[in-house]
Write a protein that binds this ligand. Structure first.
Ligand SMILES: Cc1cc2nc3c(=O)[nH]c(=O)nc-3n(C[C@H](O)[C@H](O)[C@H](O)COP(=O)(O)O)c2cc1C
Length: 273
């Protein structure tokens, strides 16, 4: 199959694919769209040309119109629904004992993987710490990192109240991973400069999708900080061996309690130029 196929029976020559291609690798020639020379190597496979064509005339060797999810206008949110959807998400810190099944977590990750990434590079590597005992063991390594920071960087430790977290841990209070049954991590290759923002955005997508599955989530900033810097944890996660870095950690589980209200946040600081 050639890189780009345009069905001339269907093409209405409106030039929308030319206008929308982010790489500008489609041009109008004799009033019909055609890929420019070298288009195949420049294409970032974002699928915009396939997705935007009103007559489904354009296919790529890697993507046909029928492989795309059709836009369902009934599922689009109006501004009120968008605000409700975004404000409904809460950081959940009290979980039921019950485990979430692997299929549900995989489905969540699949949905979150539609997050944008620089150059459509999709550099996110997902890591699920599924077993509760393993979450506990790795959280214990975060505590070891905290003890090190308390000793070596007391100002940082004081700012983050690490002494309280460590003290709580010694009598069974887990304020690292909040006794969540699972942790989901987003990792990226060390040499990939697009990995960090992509991982953070993908994790944000995951967090936004979590409540629709009846689940709760919370960013685990302590885990992420330790996974970025503490060699024993980096090794335990297999990051060192694979030249990877952690750029996000999320607790996931069934929430024990329901929230009834959505608190306000500060008025945004905006400057207009
Ligand atoms: C990058 C990041 C790291 C966070 N780390 C933690 C954490 O380690 N533990 C925790 O309980 N909450 C953590 N949070 C959650 C914040 O405390 C929470 O987002 C904030 O209080 C606002 O509450 P809301 O998320 O329910 O709107 C983190 C949030 C972000 C964005």
């Amino acid at each position: 199959m050639t890189f780009m196929t345009i069905d001339m029976e269907k093409c209405n020559k409106d030039g929308i694919c030319v206008a929308e291609c982010p790489m500008k690798i489609i041009q109008m020639k004799d009033e019909a769209p055609v890929p420019v020379a070298g288009a195949e190597t420049l294409c970032i496979r974002c699928g915009h040309c396939v997705a935007v064509c009103p007559t489904a005339a354009l296919s790529l060797d890697t993507l046909t119109p029928s492989e795309c999810l059709p836009v369902n206008k009934e599922l689009l949110l109006d501004p009120k629904q968008a605000e409700h959807f975004l404000r409904y998400r809460r950081s959940i810190r009290t979980y039921k004992e019950k485990a979430v099944d692997r299929e549900t977590l995989a489905e969540l990750i699949r949905i979150a993987s539609h997050a944008p990434s620089g150059h459509n590079s999709q550099p996110v590597s997902w890591q699920v710490i599924y077993e509760r005992d393993e979450v506990k063991r790795l959280s214990g390594m975060v505590i070891d990192w905290m003890k090190y920071v308390i000793k070596e960087q007391p100002k940082v430790a004081a700012l983050l109240h690490l002494d309280m977290v460590v003290a709580g841990w010694t009598f069974g209070l887990d304020t690292v991973s909040r006794d969540a049954p699972h942790l989901i991590l987003t990792n990226g290759h060390k040499t990939n400069i697009m990995a960090k923002p992509a991982c953070i955005i993908a994790m944000t997508y995951l967090e936004l999708a979590i409540p629709s599955f009846g689940l709760g989530g919370c960013w685990n900033g302590f885990f992420n900080a330790a996974a970025m810097t503490w060699p024993p944890l980096k090794e335990a996660l297999g990051l060192t061996a694979n030249n990877m870095e952690n750029h996000g950690a999320m607790m996931v589980g069934f929430p024990k309690f329901k929230y009834h209200r959505m608190p306000p946040r500060n008025t945004p600081a905006i400057t207009w130029a």
